[in-house]
Design a protein around this ligand. Structure first.
Ligand code: HEM
Length: 219
């Protein structure tokens, strides 16, 4: 435990914690986007997936607690690194050539904050049903359809948030390799394309659903 705590208190330890928690959260996003896309074949497929998840009982709760833990680690490490960065080099970013990094860092923070707000709104909409025009427990597909049909501005908010998710993933996945020290020339060639691929397929896959409402593609 002691070595783990010592690692957590170091700057590199926090960067590793951010990278590893981030990549595990990407794993959750992959399963979530794949199961969501089943709505295009039949909205009831989402109900079946929801029933299956609930049938796993304590396993579902363990996964939820794991996700919350990862999100807390990711956010706390980000805030602490931000503070350390501000303390360590208050004037350095003013130099020419550092402006790009400053904008990138600002974009990651603002994007991260928007994603946090999105997540709270999203859980209120589709998990707790506390902010939804006609939420029905277990009717997962129908809840999505009614939400975006009755409140089109919510669909627009989801599309904007998925834009932020794409940008966050694009830089986050690339940074993961950097932090883990996987910058061998063999990896370098695929780092940027892999980050771009994951960002576009994950965020684009999610965005397709609210987009479908605006484009009149179905339902
Ligand atoms: C257009 C995009 C999205 C749609 C249509 C969507 C849809 C849904 C639906 C229908 C549920 C309820 C599932 C059920 O009760 O069985 C859900 C739960 C959830 N979603 Fe999303 N989702 C989207 C994007 C996202 C994103 C980008 C994130 C993370 C940043 C996310 C995180 C979650 C979480 C954490 C839950 C709760 C899982 C649980 O504890 O049961 N979702 N989503």
């Amino acid at each position: 435990m002691q070595p783990l705590l010592r690692l957590w208190h170091s700057t590199i330890g926090k960067k590793i914690a951010m990278a590893v928690s981030g990549i595990l959260l990407v794993g959750f996003l992959v399963t979530h986007v794949v199961s969501n896309l089943a709505i295009f074949s039949n909205p009831e497929h989402l109900d079946a997936w929801g029933r299956f998840l609930r049938s796993t009982g304590p396993l579902l709760w363990m996964a939820r607690i794991g996700l919350i833990f990862l999100a807390v680690i990711h956010i706390v490490a980000a805030i602490q690194l931000m503070d350390r960065d501000a303390e360590a080099r208050p004037a350095e970013y003013a130099k020419a050539g550092q402006a790009g990094s400053r904008w990138l860092a600002l974009g990651m923070r603002v994007g991260g904050l928007l994603l946090f707000v999105f997540l709270v709104v999203h859980l209120m909409n589709l998990t707790w049903g506390s902010w939804h025009p006609a939420f029905e427990e277990g009717k997962v597909g129908q809840n999505v359809i009614i939400l975006f049909t009755a409140w089109p501005m919510t669909a627009l908010f989801y599309i904007v948030a998925m834009g932020a998710l794409g940008l966050h993933l694009g830089h986050g996945v690339w940074s993961f390799f950097q932090t883990m020290g996987w910058n061998h020339p063999a990896w370098n060639a695929i780092r940027r394309p892999l980050a771009l691929f994951l960002a576009i397929t994950i965020a684009g896959g999610f965005a397709l659903i609210p987009l479908a409402f605006w484009m009149g593609w179905g339902w």
